[in-house]
Design a protein around this ligand. Sequence first.
Ligand code: MG
Length: 341
Amino acid sequence: MTHALRLEAEVLNLKTRHPFIIARGGESEYRTVWVRLVDKDGVEGWGEAAPAKIYGETTETVLAALQAYGAHLPADPFDLEGAEREWEKALKLNPSARAALSSALHDYVGKKLGVPVYKLWGLNPAEAPRSTFTIGIDTVEKLRLKVLEAEQYPVLKIKLGTHRDREILETIRALTDKELRVDANTGWTVKQGLRMLPILEEFGVTVLEQPLPATDLDGLETLTNASDIPVIADESCLTAADIPRLVGKVDGINIKIAKCGSLREALRMIAIARAHHMMVMVGCMIESSIAITAAAHFTPLVDIVDLDGAALCSNDPFAGATIDGGQVRLPTGPGLGLSRR
Ligand code: MG
């Protein structure tokens, strides 16, 4: 088959300012894959794959999957819907690899039309909510340092799911009156969750993300019913197909392009969650400004934004959407509006 585009892939080695630790563990070095779709005139669309082991991907699987997808590049790049369908047909799963291609194709099409992706979708960038900035699990001394370093961010997301969750909240609340949201990353049992709810309320926590293991939907329902704090499903909600069974079990869902595999699937998830009166959050992996910016383009449609992945890194090679002072700001250039730093 002849096609107008050529696929290029390059591994990015990202470093976080501090080791980024959540309930499952963590590290300070993360490898993602920069994907470029290039046409014969040299016009390039960019995307990024941030593989997560819990969703079955590594840098190596992404590179292998891209080889397979490379044989199915669209003859007509403007057929975004058809292109994504062909990729999923060619090789299922591998969501971060497909998200990178989806982002790159949207970037390319926006550039060819001379409009930003948010404009293709008819969105107003001024409606983007503020983003949280994440404080990973750490010692009391390091937590204090991180809260001071996060001075410019008005809303903090605190990683919990340890045996010292109360101490973590106490340490942070002693230093700041900011809005606090928490994410236990599947780290609690229902019993621990029920014990933690009054503590979260005591410290004024406003959002509780994924308190229980991904498959414990009845447990999530118990916590949702017991809590005035909205409960958001992250690890329990990968794609649109996961949403119907979460209705009535949680208050909202967290969309990540590396989980759902495409920008168009992210838009479908927003529509389906809204049809069920659910809250919508957009989150991220540790990734550069490429993947962050791709997700930032649909933030005018969501309630909660957590797009700090690039802000947590010390060597982001790219510039795009920013969360300076917490406010999501979209670049106004065509496509995703990305550039090299
Ligand atoms: Mg989460």
